[in-house]
Design a protein around this ligand. Structure first.
Ligand SMILES: CC(C)(COP(=O)(O)OP(=O)(O)OC[C@H]1O[C@@H](n2cnc3c(N)ncnc32)[C@H](O)[C@@H]1OP(=O)(O)O)[C@@H](O)C(=O)NCCC(=O)NCCS
Length: 205
């Protein structure tokens, strides 16, 4: 890991190994978990669980991406890599992944992973990721990829413990188009145009 010691985010990454878990972070009793493929009835529970987990503090820039289409999209394109953990007939966690084939390598990508707070630190994510990787290996994957915010201690610790390494920093830019000098005017123009079109639309009798 080539990290600059004066950067607070890098320090967070570098110091993770020395973090002493708070009582609520400590591992609780394992639970009976069934890992199975997601089905159509799981779409809403998975979406709502993700809504509760992928919050702005964990994903300052990416949380906006999570919506029902994210779940539906993966279910549509990669159903074999959409797994849920079922506990007490409830969805306790999920993983959504995809395979990227770029010759000569096949990569497995973990796009979304989430575990209900009541079931965290009980090995649920562990089981979900193991099952996903097993499936991806069958499909030819020889590399796994995942990204998360460096401040997401639980995820960073989790993936490090699973053997993921070689973390690279990724700079995420954003631009508020409405506040941009040129794009802002374009937005205002488009808004006026659509208002004009609505105004002109003939009424139905
Ligand atoms: C990250 C997350 C998926 C882990 O799920 P989990 O089921 O609690 O993880 P596991 O019980 O399998 O944990 C395995 C190991 O990961 C590490 N870990 C997990 N949660 C941790 C936490 N809150 N603090 C420190 N280490 C943690 C530990 O090393 C743990 O082993 P241990 O309990 O024996 O110490 C869960 O915290 C979560 O859903 N977070 C919010 C969503 C998110 O950040 N997703 C990941 C990015 S897509």
């Amino acid at each position: 890991m080539s990290l600059h010691s004066d950067d607070p985010v890098d320090q967070n990454l570098a110091e993770l190994d020395t973090v002493v878990p708070t009582p609520e972070e400590e591992r609780t009793e394992p639970v009976n978990i069934l890992i199975r493929e997601m089905n159509i009835d799981d779409i809403a529970p998975v979406f709502h669980l993700g809504e509760a987990l992928f919050t702005s503090d964990l994903y300052p820039s990416l949380y906006r991406i999570w919506d029902e289409w994210e779940v539906i999209g993966f279910y549509n394109t990669d159903p074999e890599y959409c797994l849920v953990a079922e506990a007490d007939t409830q969805v306790a966690g999920f993983v959504l992944g995809t395979i990227i084939s770029k010759a000569p390598w096949v990569y497995g990508y973990i796009n979304w992973l989430g575990v209900h707070p009541d079931y965290q630190r009980r090995g649920v994510a562990d089981k979900l990721v193991d099952k996903l990787i097993e499936r991806m290996i069958e499909e030819g994957a020889r590399f796994m990829l995942v990204d998360t915010d460096p401040a997401n201690t639980a995820a960073v610790k989790f993936f490090t413990r699973k053997g993921f390494g070689n973390p690279r920093r990724h700079v995420f830019f954003s631009l508020n188009l409405t506040k941009h000098e040129i794009y802002g005017r374009l937005i205002a123009y488009e808004r006026d145009r659509s208002e004009r079109l609505t105004y002109r639309r003939p009424r139905r009798r």
